[in-house]
Write a protein that binds this ligand. Structure first.
Ligand code: ZN
Length: 132
């Protein structure tokens, strides 16, 4: 995709702080990080989100997170934990599939909360979602 920011990063048209790369994926520092060492993991082929990315590609991304990127963060930055998230459609800023690796540190202030006023009674939600 010629107008995709992450495709331009893959091509090298836009510089990035790449911490890992192979024939299938690229991992680089988020320039607007939520914590020190915030990494974006992307496939080199363009897919928009989780739902059009082949399962095999996602599996390979997760394998690199488990075997290469988490150990790298643990060893070099001494992280206390790792929060992994990814947005689809709403909330997704770049329409090229990416997984956020957000390092956690002891006593950090990271929050992953929505406004409680917007959350319905759990029983009502369950009634809509449960298998009949
Ligand atoms: Zn792209």
């Amino acid at each position: 995709m010629s107008d995709c920011l992450f495709c331009k990063i893959i091509k090298g048209d836009i510089p990035s702080y790449t911490v890992y790369e192979d024939d299938l994926i690229k991992a680089f520092l988020d320039v607007n990080p939520n914590s020190n060492g915030h990494i974006l993991v992307i496939p080199k082929d363009h897919y928009e989100n989780l739902f059009d990315t082949p399962d095999e590609v996602i599996l390979e991304m997760v394998r690199r997170i488990k075997t290469i990127l988490y150990p790298l963060l643990k060893e070099k930055l001494n992280i206390a934990g790792l929060t992994i998230c990814q947005n689809n459609y709403y909330g997704q800023d770049v329409k090229h599939y990416h997984i956020h690796l957000i390092p956690r540190y002891n006593n950090d202030a990271f929050k992953c909360n929505f406004d409680k006023e917007q959350i319905s009674d759990i029983k009502k939600v369950f009634d809509k979602l449960k298998n009949e």
